[in-house]
Design a binder for this molecule. Sequence first.
Ligand SMILES: Cc1ncc(COP(=O)(O)O)c(C=O)c1O
Length: 398
Amino acid sequence: MELARRLDRIQPSPTLAMGARARVLKARGVDVIDLSVGEPDADTPEAIKEAAVRALAAGRTKYTPAAGLPELREAIAEKLARVNGLPYRAENVLVTVGAKHAIFLALQALCNPGDRVLIPAPYWVSYADQASLVDAEPVILPTREEDGFKLRPEVLSEAVQGARVLILNSPHNPTGAVYTPEELAALGEVLAEAPGCWVISDEIYEPFVYDGARNESLLRLKPELQERAVVINGFSKAYAMTGWRLGYAAGPQPLVAAMTTLQSHATSNATTFAQVAAIEALQGSQASVETMVRTFRERRDLLLAGLRRLPGLSCPTPQGAFYLFPKVSGLFGRTWRGQVIQSSQQLAELLLEGAATATVPGTAFGTEGYLRLSYAASTERLAEALDRWQAFWEEMEP
Ligand SMILES: Cc1ncc(COP(=O)(O)O)c(C=O)c1O
């Protein structure tokens, strides 16, 4: 079938694809441990679900304004001021169908064909594919494991002149990296010298920081960037609301107005009763978020300790999100049941086949030689995954 040529430039989301393969195996009765997914395993907190039920009962079932419910936009602006120290008002906020669509709308509103979009690698794959979909050119900037996979100012400096957008993500998917205030300030200095370059700051993993790390906002440290920056955040991760599809963007009013116009033709608005419940998420007790963060830190430590017992694999201690990104290239060339391991894709497939554990190969994030493991799974399942890998490793020949 002949489809539009833009489809040639993109792939189905590889993280979702791995999850789908795991589900097929599960449906066949295989007890798959799914460490491929990017969503908290906790359920949405009761108070938020109850707020949605109340909203439905009260007939909150019609369209909202395209930019979102005024009271939710107000609540988001208040959160951005209180938690992030950012001076946005309700008119600077757009409520979207997930943070993913907020990023897409920002790229649609900012990029002309051929514009360069700077994306540090490893990267969340939708950044590059969304840039391609708006006919921009994704430009992948390398980072190094010894720098904690964080973009160095020198690398940014070489690419930033003439670029249209830099996409920054902290805490980071897939590596769990968290930029320090000093690192952000250094990048801010470089951006200050490149007045044509916008920043999309994806802060969707904001609450998930460990070991005293702090989620700092580049835009608070460098307020002059606010006039050419968009903050992206949402409810999926912090409040375990992935299926509700609710995110937001905050930025200069003309950009938010343009994104709102685009949204008015694309989705009209985010789901109304979900928006009502999101007010409860922001303004109600944050105890469930705190519990999730504590639980994730324990799981991270459990998984890290187990991984470090597996020869040929190494993993630094990430300070954020809920992913580990171990280096697995030390296993390339080794043989498992007659098959020579040659890539992270092949290793992920063998781990699914031989250890019934789903992971995502580093190539899905533009970086060969690594695997992404989500620790959004119970302690028992993580321990079971480690036992299965131990057995898998024992079958591996040098
Ligand atoms: C880095 C990053 N940004 C944005 C998103 C999108 O989140 P949402 O569910 O709000 O669309 C994800 C989800 O996996 C993510 O990992």
